[in-house]
Design a protein around this ligand. Sequence first.
Ligand code: NAD
Length: 361
Amino acid sequence: MKEMEIAVLPGDGIGPEVMDEAIKVLDVIQKKYKVKFNYKKALVGGSAYDEFGTHLPESTLQICKESDAILFGSVGGPVKEQNTKKWNGVEVNSLLGLRKEFNLYANLRPSKLYPALADSCSLRKDISEKGFDLLVVRELTGGIYFGQPKGRKYEGDDEIAFDTMVYSRKEIKRIAKVAFEVARKRRKKVTSIDKANVLTTMILWRQVVEEVAKEYPDVEYEPMYVDNAAMQLTKNPQQFDVILAGNMFGDIISDESAAIAGSLGMLPSASLAKGKFGMYEPSGGSAYDIAGLGIANPIAQILSGAMMLKYSFDMEEAGKEIEIAVEKLLNDGFRTKDIWQKGNIEINTKEVGDKIVEYLR
Ligand code: NAD
């Protein structure tokens, strides 16, 4: 029987509550598909700080290194306590720490508006009722966020601050290939976001993406300036399948895509390294305002598990089955509080897990 090692890092706030539901769902999958998931739980974030005095303890890193994938919850404390010793720097230390350690260079953020949730969407009704299903592939370890030199110089009115946007041919090629490969498993279209009309880095970006596109004649390729992309997302999100972007543009575009899809509790994400290793986590945070109440929406965490099956374990069909079960749950009118609307049936975190398990069986 095929065995997979999974590092399970529930983290803080609603993390442990929603993680329990994701594991419940994965347990059904392992039985159904006759594979074995060996879960290894470890502390990260504030909960790790309480025990070890650090947000990313060596023992947690070790467990991750010995695993085939990391299933991550979320980290961070209540908004009012951000500057306390326990919470200060928690996201940078945990998330960026893991990204750096495992060279997680490709961030995949699907954004799907289920027609059943059209009313929770901020877009105009005639646009939202068509639903949309897109995936942002964002380069995560390069670009202007990490380029050198960066700094501040001079004083008074002469003071300047600067960052460097830099991409190598190698980095662009690597992320573009991820986008085209993923598109092959979807609707076979890549829209590459750049600013090639103004930025030299983006001229190289466009050139290299065009070269990679030629290796994928079965995938439609289209370049788009980032300002236009931001507008097109609100006017006609249905036109997008895979959106490819560098670190900064991808940061903004993926948040915009998430925002137009409605609740944060619905959206998973994946950060992939070379090969099959990846870290899978909900797009939202630790939602301390509702932690412990049993009302958090576990769908993002459950779908993060589905992404793990697809991208790290080659279990495409199992991942798809989970997605279909989620869609069925919504079509049947079951909702957690965050996406509940008049006429729906309100259920809690655990009941969502139970229902999805029921559909899968
Ligand atoms: P948040 O995403 O935790 O919450 C924003 C709003 O969305 C809240 O009203 C929350 O209740 C709601 N929400 C989020 N996920 C939900 C879910 N699954 N079900 C129902 N409602 C949900 O963002 P925030 O409040 O700005 O941040 C809280 C903490 O999380 C902060 O410490 C922040 O730094 C941290 N954070 C962590 C991550 C991460 O771990 N990747 C990401 C974002 C924020």
